[in-house]
Design a protein around this ligand. Structure first.
Ligand SMILES: [Mg+2]
Length: 371
């Protein structure tokens, strides 16, 4: 099915509560949607989510839109969607980096290609291995008592038994006490993990990780800045608790470098960060070959973006640490007519044609803004 048109939408979605990260507090999440149209009224929709304008990545939503329209769109129009990997190769020859922009376009093309064949997109990646995926929840109120209550409610409702705490902001020692109090309250009923979002230096990491490891915390995500891979490697070899690389993995090549010096023994994979779904599968292969475990990360996508990641993650043999695909639960509204189903501590991987989501175009246009 030849691609006849391509449109880009910047969409702001309100969140149910402030979501605090080291670099930004999200109250309005900005996603970028790409729509490609073929013949017969068929449309493919792709998505990437961004965090805090330019605070997480140099690829702001505005830059993504402009770069797609000016530099990627002309390379894509007229191509057959089923050749999505060949199209990506063509794009990669003329557009460097811009992984978020490339992922948004690639996922729209894959959605169109799968819909044209009448199959779920995971069929184009070798088929589904997992019908559902475990999903972590982020406790981010900052108040220990409230976070414990929220964790207990999640456990009671059988929605989440993996909790992640964002501790890159504020006093490290106080943050560690906060995390340990939550772990003590939930005990063995849940896995408690932390994400530092690059906020510590090596010295801070040494004493904080020691305390977290002693307190039974299961995973330490990106404690050091993305560039400091050597120090990440030192932490990985020093501690028993796994160290996860997230912001350090910005391409397939980065993943190889991180694996080679073992600057982490778990990878958080994210399609937007590495340039799309095909690239994510390559990162997963590098991890498999290096004996590195996987976690299905998120940039906090809408139901569409969540379905996109879930469909790809469902084709990866081992996601040892589960996923973080809770995005839709953080928003007050949705841009799809059908919803992601969460039950029994898992999310059900959508099974319809394409990524299995039907767009609510009225909502898309309602939340769309100009540059
Ligand atoms: Mg992270």
């Amino acid at each position: 099915m030849n691609i006849q048109s391509l449109d880009v939408f910047i969409v702001d979605l309100p969140t149910i509560r402030p979501h605090q990260l080291a670099m930004h507090t999200i109250v309005m999440q900005t996603i970028v949607l790409v729509r490609v149209a073929g013949g017969d009224g068929l449309e493919g929709w792709g998505e990437v989510a961004t965090i805090g304008g330019a605070s997480y990545s140099e690829e702001t939503p505005e830059a993504i839109k402009v770069n797609i329209e000016k530099y990627i769109k002309p390379l894509v129009i007229g191509e057959d969607a089923i050749h999505f990997d060949a199209i990506s190769t063509k794009v990669n020859r003329q557009v460097v980096r811009n992984t978020f922009a490339k992922a948004a376009v690639e996922t729209a093309i894959i959605d169109l290609a799968a819909k044209a064949k009448g199959v779920p997109a995971y069929e184009l990646f070798g088929g589904q291995i997992h019908a559902s995926l475990p999903v972590a929840w982020t406790l981010a109120s900052g108040d220990t008592k409230r976070d414990i209550e929220e964790a207990r409610e999640c456990l009671k409702a059988k929605r989440h038994n993996i909790f992640k705490l964002k501790i890159g902001i504020g006093d490290p020692k106080r943050n560690v006490s906060h995390v340990l109090a939550i772990k003590e309250a939930v005990g063995d009923a849940a896995s408690v993990r932390v994400d530092v979002n690059q906020a510590w230096d090596e010295t801070t990491a040494l004493y904080c990780i020691e305390a977290l490891e002693d307190g039974g915390i299961d995973l330490i995500e990106q404690p050091l800045p993305a560039w400091n891979k050597e120090a990440m490697a030192r932490l990985t070899s020093k501690f028993k608790v796994p160290i996860m690389a997230d912001e350090s993995l910005c391409s397939v090549k980065d993943s190889y470098q991180v694996a080679k010096i073992r600057a982490g023994n778990v990878f958080s994979v994210k399609p937007a960060q590495v340039g799309g779904l095909t690239a994510t599968k390559k990162v997963a292969a590098i991890a498999e070959a290096a004996g590195i475990s996987l976690y299905g990360g998120t940039m906090i996508e809408s139901s569409l973006g969540t379905a996109i990641s879930a469909q790809l993650y469902s084709t990866i043999p081992e996601m040892t640490y589960g996923t973080e695909l809770f995005g839709p639960l953080l928003f007050t509204d949705t841009i799809t007519l059908n919803s992601i189903v969460y039950e029994d501590f898992q999310m059900i991987v959508p099974r319809g044609p394409g990524f299995g989501m039907e767009m609510d175009k009225e909502k898309v246009f309602h939340y769309t803004r100009e540059l």
